[in-house]
Design a protein around this ligand. Structure first.
Ligand SMILES: Cc1ncc(C[n+]2csc(CCOP(=O)(O)OP(=O)(O)O)c2C)c(N)n1
Ligand code: SF4
Length: 275
């Protein structure tokens, strides 16, 4: 039966897989919508060939996005989306690889790959949705979980200091490092649009709301309440330094474009000439 398109983004989605498995009030749909609007613009400008777009996701609620997009996509093992994408772009450098994953998938289990792909400036965009826990499996502590928060695996409060992925990736050789929030979808769209027009390693952290799991941990089970609490904490800065990349529930969450470089990408170096 022919599918009738009723929404401008429908053509980017596998409609037969909708509705998604996301909980009501989850922030992930806002993020995906913003990314697809940016992709739509780049395709209509002729900058991106949709046949070359390739999405890769590991495991988790965020990574599940690759099930819903109407593009070539791979759903791979937990934490291994970046190496999978590296293999794909080295085999076919024409591919525009888009990796999506949660903070557990990308910065925890896949943290080693994140570091070295950024160091090597490998051609791909990584969009990491930070919801401060391993959400899909019920809210275990993640590398991004704030100190003292009680999670499934830290019932007495998280004793660890969290990772600041923007500072980490920004200290390496990535061409682009930005942070946005689901409370600022226009910045997700703007930053992803920018990244789609660049080469090398591009990293965007999107701070997201998970009312179902993280919200329960911090007493913000209501999606609107959680969204509004995050919104209060997010501060946009124009081209902030890495030192300013605060991500702290008490002190605030700084969003913006931290790094923008035009260094030769890994593939450009391999193709010769650019040292
Ligand atoms: C190798 C491996 N370890 C653990 C799991 C179990 N697992 C599945 S999803 C998940 C959590 C994913 O959390 P995150 O990447 O932060 O994504 P979110 O669900 O929060 O979007 C875990 C631990 C797995 N599938 N494979
Ligand atoms: S568990 Fe959290 S991140 Fe996963 S779909 Fe539900 S609200 Fe979204």
């Amino acid at each position: 039966m022919a599918i009738t398109y009723t929404h401008p983004l429908d053509k980017h989605l596998r409609l037969e897989r909708i509705p998604t498995l996301y909980c009501p009030g989850c922030g992930l749909g806002i993020g995906l919508g913003a990314m697809l609007r940016a992709l739509d613009k780049r395709i209509s400008e002729g900058v991106i060939d949709p046949r070359k777009v390739f999405w890769v996701g590991g495991i988790g609620c965020t990574a599940r996005m690759v099930f819903y997009v109407n593009y070539d996509a791979a759903h791979v093992i937990h934490g291994r989306s970046i190496p999978f994408a590296i293999g794909a772009v080295l085999a076919n450098p024409e591919l525009k690889a888009i990796v999506v994953g949660g903070d557990g998938d990308i910065a925890g289990i896949g943290g080693n790959h994140l570091v070295h792909a950024a160091r090597r400036n490998i051609d791909m965009i990584v969009v990491m949705f930070t919801n401060f826990v391993y959400a899909m499996t019920g809210g275990q502590v993640a590398p991004t979980t704030p100190r003292k928060v009680k999670t499934t695996t830290t019932p007495y409060g998280n004793p660890e200091y969290p990772m600041n992925a923007v500072k980490l990736v920004g200290s390496l050789n990535a061409n682009y490092v930005a942070r946005a929030s689901v409370t600022t979808p226009h910045y997700i769209e703007q930053f992803f649009y920018k990244a789609l027009g660049m080469s090398g390693f591009r990293f965007i952290e999107v701070v997201s709301t998970c009312p179902e799991v993280y919200g329960r941990h911090i007493g913000l089970r209501d999606p609107v309440e959680m969204y509004n609490e995050l919104k209060k904490r997010v501060k946009y800065k124009h081209k902030p330094s890495l030192e300013e990349a605060e991500i702290d529930w008490e002190k605030g969450i700084v969003i913006g474009e931290f790094i923008e470089r035009n260094n030769p990408s890994f593939i450009e170096i391999l193709r010769g000439g650019q040292a």
